[in-house]
Design a binder for this molecule. Structure first.
Ligand SMILES: *Cc1c(COP(=O)(O)O)cnc(C)c1O
Length: 374
């Protein structure tokens, strides 16, 4: 108890966090400086530029929030939605359900399009809902639904949303860095993410970006933003302009870590990172098949950095997962909600998306499964 906490090493192959790149861990121990130190302002300007590259946007309203991905989710919704606004949400998993809860809490009216868990949101269903509700001005979907492993086509859904005069909010918490996302070209109005999944940094930060149309919507609000910490206007006084004003004390060391993670991604190149995640996902599926395990989601709807696999008949989901953790020090994820007990979730994100990790996982899984403990 009265000694330093030193965790055992784990191989993190679940839905996040993923193992942190050693370069990021190195960056975290550099000396803390003040959030208004001119050096620090240079750092946040640099983070903005790197995030613009990562999101593929030139929007100045591209910043990072000091909190996990859920803070980005709340920020995107609370800035855009006013009480009584109808918000169309495609719900095919746990995280889209969380969006609905937030919309309700801030006084919006969620209009839900349901999708079977494990499948991508059907763009046609979004189109039908927008056609039947001409007063919907905001649509929200999760790009990579981490609870099910399904990747939704946000490019097509964005086209549809804008055709009907709606903005599009897209959760890219898991997908950023690992899957193709072209924020500007695809006209995504708000995108938000986290630091600990596709970006392979420590948990605790939430990159977010707003389009011009989203900023216009915020400017034209007739009611105040129902949050102080997440009010974009207040945040931008720190993130933009000649003179910067204190908003909250930025977690300096975490910012060093995020900066390093973004730099690593830029050095590799987004295209290369997207390709690597895709190729390793294909290899993982092939290797899993060799030990009799198969994915839940159809091939064209799979998240490249998060695969959901079915628990075979006669195997106890939790027993095997705990065995992997305790005896092999490998963490994989359990199913959530309606998929609890039925699937495992395997993440190969950022630093962990490589052949060595796949082989290690397969040999451990094979070993654990063959012991018939389960
Ligand atoms: C992980 C996740 C979140 C929440 O992020 P936290 O960093 O855990 O707060 C939101 N949406 C999706 C799709 C996620 O995978």
């Amino acid at each position: 108890m009265d000694q330093s906490f030193i965790p055992k090493n784990r191989i993190l192959l679940g839905p996040g966090p993923s193992n942190v790149n050693p370069r990021v861990l190195e960056a975290l121990k550099r000396p803390t400086i003040g959030h208004l130190d001119p050096q620090f302002i240079e750092l946040i300007d640099d983070i903005k530029r790197l995030l613009q590259y990562t999101f593929q946007t030139d929007s100045d309203a591209t910043i990072t929030l000091s909190g996990p991905g859920s803070l980005g989710m709340e920020a995107s919704l609370v800035n855009i939605i006013e009480p009584k606004d109808k918000v169309l949400i495609g719900v095919g998993g746990y995280f889209a359900g969380r969006m609905k809860q937030i919309v309700e809490k801030i006084g919006g009216i969620p209009i839900v399009v349901e999708q079977e868990w494990g499948r991508a949101i059907d763009p046609q269903k979004i189109e039908d809902a927008l056609k039947n509700n001409s007063d919907i001005k905001i649509t929200a979907v999760v790009h990579a639904e981490t609870s099910t492993g399904a990747l939704t086509d946000i490019k097509t859904i964005s086209e549809i949303a804008h055709k009907y005069g709606s903005l599009l909010i897209a959760d890219v918490v898991t997908s950023l860095g690992a899957c193709e996302i072209l924020t500007k070209e695809w006209n995504l109005d708000v995108v938000y993410s986290c630091s600990q999944k596709g970006l392979s940094a420590m948990p605790g930060l939430s990159p977010i970006s707003f389009s011009d149309a989203a900023l216009e919507k915020i400017k034209n609000r007739t009611t105040p933003i129902k949050s102080w910490f997440n009010d974009l206007n207040l945040l931008m006084a720190y993130w933009s302009g000649e003179k910067r004003a204190y908003h909250h004390t930025a977690p300096a060391n975490s910012f060093y870590g995020l900066h390093e993670a973004l730099l690593i991604l830029k050095e590799e190149g987004l295209d290369n990172s997207w390709r690597r995640h895709k190729e390793n996902s294909v290899l993982l599926v092939k290797r899993l098949a060799s030990i009799g395990l198969e994915p839940l989601t159809p091939e064209r709807e799979r998240i490249p950095n998060l695969l959901t696999i079915k628990v075979p008949e006669g195997i106890q989901e939790e027993v095997l997962r705990k065995k992997l953790l305790n005896e092999y020090s490998i963490e994989i994820g359990a199913g959530l909600g309606t998929l609890a007990g039925k699937v495992w979730r395997i993440g190969l994100m950022g630093y962990n998306s490589n052949e060595k990790m796949i082989e290690l996982l397969i040999s451990s899984l094979k070993d654990a499964l063959s012991n018939k403990i389960v």
